[in-house]
Design a protein around this ligand. Structure first.
Ligand SMILES: [Zn+2]
Length: 109
């Protein structure tokens, strides 16, 4: 199979890890020139079904920043908090990663 870059793609088994959680290996393609990896439509549908079944789908959210005292507040929707095991009182470390991204790391002791 040809890649859009013109390179030749080979069949490979690719590990699928939505949100960092492995849901298994699926047959896909990897370009030998640009390294792009992809699945055919049927496989992509299977992967989506499995991810949905495991609650590993659609965890990205958009929201509006609020205010609490002198701090800004970013809300974490309930289903995302559940996935993360995040609850009231959890200790997090907040670190800017550039000017338009922050990392919120849950510290577990
Ligand atoms: Zn390519």
């Amino acid at each position: 199979m040809k890649c859009v870059c013109g390179g030749e793609a080979e069949r490979v088994k690719l590990e699928v890890k939505p949100y960092g959680v492995s849901i298994g290996y699926y047959p896909g393609y990897r370009c030998n020139k640009c390294g792009e990896e992809w699945f055919d439509e049927k496989t992509a549908e299977d992967i989506e079904q499995k991810a949905k079944k495991l609650g590993l789908f659609g965890l990205e959210t958009k929201g509006k920043v609020g205010v609490a005292g002198n701090s800004l507040v970013v809300r974490v929707p309930k289903h995302v908090a559940k996935f993360l095991g995040l609850k009231k009182g959890s200790i997090v470390r907040v670190e800017p990663e550039g000017k338009d991204k922050i990392i919120v790391e849950i510290t577990r002791h």
